[in-house]
Design a binder for this molecule. Structure first.
Ligand SMILES: O=P(O)(O)OC[C@H]1O[C@](O)(CO)[C@@H](O)[C@@H]1O
Length: 538
């Protein structure tokens, strides 16, 4: 299997970008079919790549690159259950979690037994008189359910509140507990390993609060989702929903880690989430390379990162329910592809994961879009738009009209931003403008330079009819597979995360020093900070 830089297409892509850079204004003027050509459909999602700096020559070379790097062979190995997480000797089978019952996918029987048990319990909990569910987990054991519960808030039953506690900073838990009735609260402790410092600390504290506040029947009020049932039981939790080592933390929403989401939206909707993801899996497995959306997106990511040199990508969901999507995607992409060596441990000579960041629209517009439009470094932006809003309680009368109008404003803002990034404004176009707030002493030419926009800044539109469980499942699976594709081209293992270990180990060494004040052997900066923090804490 070749690595990206061993493919002849690699150098050809660099040459292509240097010799024939794409100018979007001109490309749209010259290509009547450009929007249609670069718009793809999969599993209910419509993805428009036409405002990216790509052309037919680049597309052909990217497909050649994918072929040389055997991306589709790697895809088939993943789907078939080969141990592609080579540093941990594990298969990577989150796709098996959303395959329908009876499908010829690995572990189908075990998967559906665990799913049925989890969904059966979710329905039990929904009917069990709980008013609050507190989910305690971090990283992949938090971000997926936390993001999805917000995204599907319209499906939550009245009278049920979901809380997510992840940070070891006790202020988060302390902000949640006081509003709770221990007799009507369910705690779900989620940790694949059941060794994670933050989760265990929060779970211990929650249990202590529960007992002190008059809670009884820990077995009814605390359940766990973990692949380490022994540790969960040692912690004192009887009911443990298990899963397998071939489910990576950041790919675990589809497993029992999705329990709080299942409680929030119900078993039927959770199955819809799986169905949406499975529809995307099938598309990824079966669609022709030229129309395969995850493949095309993953290759575009390589083009943007390595050939055009863009160091980050901004996620702009124009949907308040998707406000945690950027955080979710940060883990998905940066923990998966933030690697510096290839699968054999050889250093890479090229960049991997971009920085992923963003904020829900339109809020981001009033914060950092200035930089996106006029900053010195172009940042590809991904706009997510939903045609029909959904509300937990349908607004009535004038409010309904006003909110419908606001939805149009939301969508118009998203399209306008993408347009502005692409079209820009030349100095000549800006020359005649002098807004009342402009300094009268500034020359017309200088002002025009301040008010012009370089344009030609790439963006992608991802559209869907409505944000329901099916479409959310498809969307997340789309992102999972595109991350897989870029990782496969880069020749890296996208499914381990050794980079988180050093900090964890050093934290364990530092923690006792906070108690005894011993700074022996520490670097001067760490020692000084630790001593200062100990003093100010007392
Ligand atoms: O589910 P666990 O084992 O508590 O791990 C939580 C998270 O911690 C990490 O290992 C990183 O520290 C993630 O990969 C994982 O999602």
């Amino acid at each position: 299997m070749r690595r990206a830089d061993q493919s002849p297409a690699w150098a050809a892509l660099q040459a292509q970008a240097a010799a024939r850079p794409v100018r979007l204004r001109e490309a749209f003027a010259a290509e009547a079919e450009r929007a249609a050509r670069w718009t793809f459909e999969a599993a209910g999602l419509r993805v428009d790549l036409s405002k990216n700096l790509v052309d037919e020559a680049a597309a052909a070379l990217l497909l050649q690159l994918a072929q040389d790097c055997e991306v589709l062979t790697q895809r088939d190995a993943m789907l078939g259950g080969a141990p592609i997480n080579n540093t941990e000797g594990r298969a990577v089978l989150h796709t098996a979690l959303r395959a329908p019952k009876g499908a010829a996918t690995p572990f189908n029987g075990e998967v559906h037994a665990a799913l049925d048990a989890m969904l059966g319990y979710a329905e039990e909990a929904r009917a069990g008189g709980f008013t609050d569910v507190v989910h305690i987990g971090i990283g992949g054991s938090d971000l997926g359910p936390a993001m999805a519960v917000q995204a599907l808030a319209a499906d939550l039953p009245a009278g049920l509140r979901l809380h997510f506690v992840s940070n070891v900073d006790g202020q988060e838990l302390a902000g949640v507990l006081p509003g709770l009735d221990p007799l009507r609260t369910l705690f779900v402790v989620a940790s694949k390993t059941f060794t994670t410092q933050e989760t265990l600390a929060n779970a211990q504290a929650a249990k202590a609060w529960f007992l002190a506040a008059g809670g009884q029947e820990v077995a009814r009020h605390f359940v766990a989702t973990s692949s380490n049932a022994t540790a969960a039981r040692a912690f004192g939790i009887e009911r443990v929903f298990g899963f397998w080592d071939w489910v990576g933390g950041r790919y675990s929403l589809w497993s029992v880690i999705g329990l709080p989401l299942a409680i929030a939206i119900g078993a039927a909707a959770f199955r819809q989430l799986l169905a949406g993801a499975h529809a995307m899996d099938r598309h990824f497995a079966e669609a022709q390379p030229a129309r395969n959306v995850p493949l095309q997106l993953g290759l575009l990511d390589v083009w943007n990162r390595n050939i055009l040199g863009f160091g980050s990508r901004s996620i702009a969901p124009y949907h308040q329910g998707l406000r945690r999507l950027p955080a979710y995607l940060q883990q998905l992409e940066m923990e998966s592809n933030g690697k510096g060596v290839d699968r054999e441990g050889r250093p890479l000579g090229y960049a991997t994961s971009p920085v992923i960041w963003g904020e829900a629209g339109t809020n981001g517009q009033h914060a950092y879009f200035q930089m996106l439009h006029q900053g010195t470094e172009p940042v590809p932006v991904e706009f997510l738009l939903v045609r029909h809003p959904r509300y937990a309680r349908a607004p009535q009368g004038e409010l309904a009209e006003r909110l419908a109008d606001q939805h149009c404003k939301l969508l118009a803002n998203a399209l306008a931003q993408a347009q502005a990034l692409m079209e820009g404004k030349t100095e000549a176009e800006a020359l005649g403008e002098r807004p009342p707030t402009a300094n009268p002493d500034l020359s017309a030419e200088a002002l025009a330079r301040h008010r012009s926009f370089p344009g030609n800044r790439p963006s992608t539109l991802i559209l869907m009819d409505r944000l329901d469980a099916f479409h959310l499942g498809a969307l997340i699976a789309l992102y999972e597979h595109r991350v897989f594709v870029s990782g496969a081209v880069w020749g890296i293992n996208s499914f381990d995360q050794w980079g988180v270990e050093l900090g964890k180990a050093l934290c364990s060494e530092l923690l006792p020093r906070f108690r005894d004040g011993d700074v022996t052997g520490l670097d001067a900066s760490t020692a000084a900070a630790l001593q200062w923090l100990r003093q100010s804490a007392s």
